[in-house]
Design a protein around this ligand. Sequence first.
Ligand SMILES: *Cc1c(COP(=O)(O)O)cnc(C)c1O
Length: 391
Amino acid sequence: MRKIQMVDLQGQYQDIKEQVNTAIAQILETSAFINGPEVHAFQKELEDYLGVKHVIPCANGTDALQIAMMGLGLQPGDEVITADFTFAATVEVIALLQLTPVLVDVDPDTFNIDIDAVKKAITPRTKAIVPVHLFGQCADMDAIMAMANEHGLFVIEDNAQAIGAKYTSRKGEKTMAGTIGHVGATSFFPSKNLGAYGDGGAIFTNDDALAHTIRGMVNHGMYERYHHDVVGVNSRLDSIQAAVLRAKLPKLNDYCDARRAAARSYSKAFMGQPHIKTPKTVNGCEGICDTCDCHVFHQYTLRITNGKRDALVKHLQEKEIPCGVYYPIPLHKQKAYADDRYDERDFPITKQLVQEVISLPMHTELDEEQLAFITTTVIEFVNAQVQDVLV
Ligand SMILES: *Cc1c(COP(=O)(O)O)cnc(C)c1O
């Protein structure tokens, strides 16, 4: 059996090697390292793929979130509601801009922001909601957009983990993740579903005026050379990363399919296991239906409900099966983001999830032998009696 990797990018590279190497060599020859033709071409191709009017490439996903909030004109003290169970980047930029993060609980089945919790958290000072499309599927965007419209709030989608996922509205319309809210932000960090060979990110919007504002903001607030109209940042995608992304974008749907196939294989194997909860999709199909396009499985995350999660992590390490705990600590308990405003009783689900979740290897190169070894090892260990474990 091949050694199991948590993330394996070698297969993808071998497949696009010639194209990438040629493109990079050409960039080196022309020296158009920043904002060169490759960046512009990638921007157009991504706009077409997503069906969105504007893509603004930038340096990374964290910047993308920050610049989206700057572009919307959010001001210090404005309240921004987001999930307690996510990667810290989301809340980090809220805090950096001196906005007030309002962390709320999540849904136990989809791991995404809980709609009732958002509703409860809205105050007259609330200005925006940041749904995070965690692990590869959209939050309940119909409900979020309805609430946002009712209260006059901006919606900023953190789409770092869900590029390529489709959202099906209650009316049956399909929209690409990240293009539903007022603005979306994504990351091209190498291990993301569409990963560069370094850092990269992008902002999406259908709003012409907002796109114009943001295009200047990513480049020192310049709309005309050396005229600085607003305080901006330096956040640009370099041409070499754009070349890599251009080679990968036409294959993104295949990458998503490969991830879904691995997820289906996992979920089928774990079906009926009393202590193993498989991830549910927003369509409620537990990720095993063949037609599901709502989930792109950035992570395949189980809940181990009999208290053996930590022991399982250790056991898998011993068996050389990599795994991850995303995320081990609720954000409202992190030193940087703890605040007297929070009431522990408001986070029952996040508190449970941080003790139960485990993410298994997930990438486009997993084969059946590896998947079978992983699932058998997990099932045997979780079901073993304490005595069995000790001997
Ligand atoms: C990766 C990630 C980010 C940040 O992206 P970077 O490119 O690493 O800055 C933000 N939010 C979420 C949910 C992420 O997974």
